[in-house]
Design a protein around this ligand. Structure first.
Ligand SMILES: [Zn+2]
Length: 337
């Protein structure tokens, strides 16, 4: 057991006064500094300790996850890779300075449907579903490949699965205890995702402002992954404005969002992405709320200290580092007050 002390600890949505972290079996728990036993193993850091940070939408086949981990992200959801390759990567994650990896099976899509028509989609990263019976097989295959999420596409620009087949996929996934993530793009696709019973949208809807009643329904049951910075990569676009508007309404109705960047899709920084964070602020989230959309197991260290002042927050969070046994604070770092 080790105790981690720092100038400040942020946990469960706020700064905790007079707290340290007890690290036991890889699990960190806040405890009062005064409760640390004499002679216990201690590591002392300047700055702030907080829970591990997760990017809930990456493509490991298109980016270097080791670089992402060096940029402060300790856990990822891979939402579209070749399952055998990402399984191999996930198996090495413990020792290889990679983030922990949770992954979806291949994109389940209609024959000829998105993304089987895209150059970036590697063979094996998508699977055409021919029928309702085939849908059950497809979910079973994904599960056998180690997937703990099922990914489905509903793209208005090409062939798409009938709602009845989508529904069978969702039922089969839920029977196996797996949530379903939908790539919903274009008119009518968010309604389909909702009606199929799916759990998560891979992107905040961006192609049109959604009907408020639909947003309210989504907010009661679904989670949305943010991916706001894929629109313009730092330059405001109409699509990003639409997405932020939809997300603002979703949040007003009590919806739950997860920080995710779609890393691998365009020029996104392989790190905590301050532009994604600023876009989440534009949708109405406070810095404390944004951290809550990102946090996972593990511990993050911000050497200069976390700053939740809204204009500084995003850039400060981008200095985050994943804390592990190899991280050493500079000599001379004092005991916390
Ligand atoms: Zn993606």
């Amino acid at each position: 057991m080790t105790f981690l002390l720092a100038s400040s600890v942020w946990w469960d949505g706020r700064f905790l006064a007079g707290s340290a972290l007890r690290l036991s079996g890889g699990l960190a728990t806040p405890v009062p500094v005064g409760s640390i036993p004499q002679g216990a193993r201690r590591r002392v850091f300047p700055g702030t300790l907080l829970p591990g940070l997760r990017d809930a939408h990456v493509h490991s086949g298109l980016v270097d996850l080791g670089v992402l981990r060096a940029g402060g992200i300790g856990a990822v959801w891979d939402l579209g890779s070749v399952p055998e390759r990402v399984a191999e990567l996930a198996g090495r994650a413990g020792g290889a300075k990679l983030p922990r990896i949770r992954y979806a099976g291949p994109f389940l899509t209609a024959p000829g449907g998105y993304p089987s028509d895209r150059g970036w989609a590697a063979v094996g990263s998508w699977r055409a579903v021919q029928s309702a019976g085939d849908a059950v097989d497809a979910v079973g295959e994904a599960r056998a490949a180690g997937a703990t999420l099922i990914k489905v596409t509903a793209h208005a620009g090409g062939p798409r699965l009938p709602l009845s087949t989508l529904t069978v996929i969702v039922e089969a996934a839920h029977n196996a205890g797996l949530p379903v993530v939908v790539h919903a793009e274009g008119a009518g696709t968010v309604v389909e995702a909702y009606e199929s019973g799916a759990d998560i949208l891979a992107h905040t809807p961006w192609t049109e402002p959604l009907d408020p009643g639909l947003v309210r329904a989504c907010a009661q049951r679904m989670r949305w992954i943010s991916t706001l910075d894929i629109h313009g990569w730092g330059v405001p676009t109409p699509e990003q404005n639409t997405a932020i508007g939809n997300l603002r309404r979703f949040l007003e109705y009590g919806g739950s969002v997860r920080y995710g960047t779609d890393l691998g899709n365009g020029p996104l920084p392989p790190s905590v992405n301050p532009r994604e964070i600023r876009a989440l602020q534009s949708a109405g989230l406070t810095p404390d709320e944004i951290l809550t959309t990102m946090t996972d197991d593990g511990v993050t260290w911000i050497p200069g200290g976390l700053d939740v002042e809204p204009t500084r927050f995003a850039d400060v969070l981008a200095t985050a580092r994943v804390l592990d046994d190899d991280v050493r604070p500079r000599p001379g770092a004092g005991e916390p007050s």
